[in-house]
Design a protein around this ligand. Structure first.
Ligand SMILES: Cc1ncc(COP(=O)(O)O)c(C=O)c1O
Length: 376
């Protein structure tokens, strides 16, 4: 039974994607990125399945809040959670949370490193440092390397548990793109400078999905895939054919047809009374921008049962008009399911292309109005 539009999530497909990544990354450990509600697929169920069934033991989230949600739901001592961006050491009480809940803050600034090293609460928390090798978002700067060594030594730390950096252009060629080449070189420099200064490093990582798809960054101990676990490639179309990735979308977005009507080209339709661009059958689906189906999807062509439905007129809050050009009554009926995207169609790619939204954004735009159903 379904009370509205639904995202069906196939956990077996997640398992297959995981196996495919392991086949590419034979000797790497994995931090599975489950931030932003597991890229819109549900933080807790996705992580629970990945932990219990796929035996993944390290997860990456963005904020302390996401990390605490996971700690409350999974066996406490058996897996690591890295907090990547909204680390937040402003408040002493938050610092205690890291220690008490065994969470690993990814330290991306000298200021936070100083707090980490000087605070006794962090004595038993693994030290994870992220360097800015050229993305210029978060990260300790390359010219702060000496400072880092100084502060580590001053505080009696001779080792880093995990050293990482993040790529700005992993969707472009790793071998040819200047920024990628520069970032890989800079990361080598960070590693070797630290080692030369007597700091040992246990784990390292650089590769997100784009790099993994290109077989890059696999000489580090860890990889950090996000998007590819949920199916899509993150490479730009012109280099997609070079990708090693053959993953499958793990989700199917289903909605319902509320009304159908025959229509003549030029007939006003929906808010703003836009002229219908063709004649045929219009079907109103129960999905709109309030569900995360963006207004910029207008014009997208969605394939369903071998027919092309075009998004016409304005996308409404909870409804959208679909035109089946040349369609007749009965081609699709009130109460029929309509599959917006699934692994079997190209609709997901079409929506990304039409809306100019990246797959990450399409997934994470889905709102709580869309229920989730996990199948295996
Ligand atoms: C630091 C870091 N590592 C890894 C990832 C995963 O990236 P992707 O989803 O492209 O694999 C992200 C995602 O934004 C990230 O911020």
């Amino acid at each position: 039974m379904r009370f509205g539009s639904q995202l069906e999530i196939n956990l077996s497909a997640l398992e297959k994607n995981h196996q495919k990544i392991k086949a590419i990354c034979k000797s790497n450990e994995m931090i599975f990125m489950v931030k932003a509600d597991a890229y819109g697929h549900g933080l807790v169920p996705i992580t629970q399945f990945s932990f219990h069934e796929l035996k993944i033991k390290e997860f990456g989230v963005a904020s302390l809040g996401e990390a605490m949600t996971l700690r409350a739901k999974l066996p406490r001592d058996q897996f690591e959670i890295y907090v990547f961006s909204d680390v937040n050491f402003r408040d002493e009480r938050l610092i205690e949370v890291y220690a008490n809940q065994r969470l690993i803050p990814v330290i991306s600034s000298i200021d936070n490193l100083k707090i980490f090293l000087s605070n006794s609460e962090f004595r038993h928390v693994p030290l994870c440092l992220k360097f800015n090798t050229g993305m210029n978002r978060l990260g300790i700067e390359m010219n702060e390397l000496e400072d880092v060594v100084h502060h580590l030594k001053m505080n009696g730390r001779k080792s880093i548990d995990h050293l990482m950096t993040h790529l700005a252009c992993a969707s472009l060629s790793i071998k040819k793109n200047k920024k990628n080449i520069e970032q890989f070189e800079n990361f080598e420099e960070v590693k070797s400078s630290l080692k030369t200064s007597g700091i040992s490093i246990s784990k390292t990582s650089i590769a997100n999905s784009g790099a993994i798809e290109q077989g890059a960054g696999l000489n580090e101990s860890h990889i950090r895939p996000g998007l590819m676990m949920y199916g899509p490639s993150s490479l730009i179309p012109s280099i997609k054919e070079t990708s090693l990735w053959t993953g499958e979308l793990i989700s199917t977005l289903k909605t319902r047809i509320l009304r159908t009507r025959l229509i003549e080209r030029g007939t006003p339709i929906g808010y703003g009374a836009s002229a219908c661009p063709g004649s045929g059958l219009v079907a109103i689906m129960a999905l709109g921008y309030g569900d995360g189906f963006s207004t910029s999807n207008q014009g997208a062509e969605l394939k369903f049962r071998d027919k092309n439905y075009k998004v016409v007129g304005r996308v409404n809050m909870d409804m959208t008009q679909l035109l089946l050009e040349g369609g007749v009554l009965g081609d699709i009926n009130v109460d029929d399911d309509f599959t917006v995207w699934s692994p079997e169609s190209e609709n997901f790619d079409e929506l990304c292309k039409r809306s100019k939204m990246i797959p990450y954004e399409v997934f994470t735009s889905l709102t709580t109005r869309i229920s989730k159903n996990y199948i295996q």
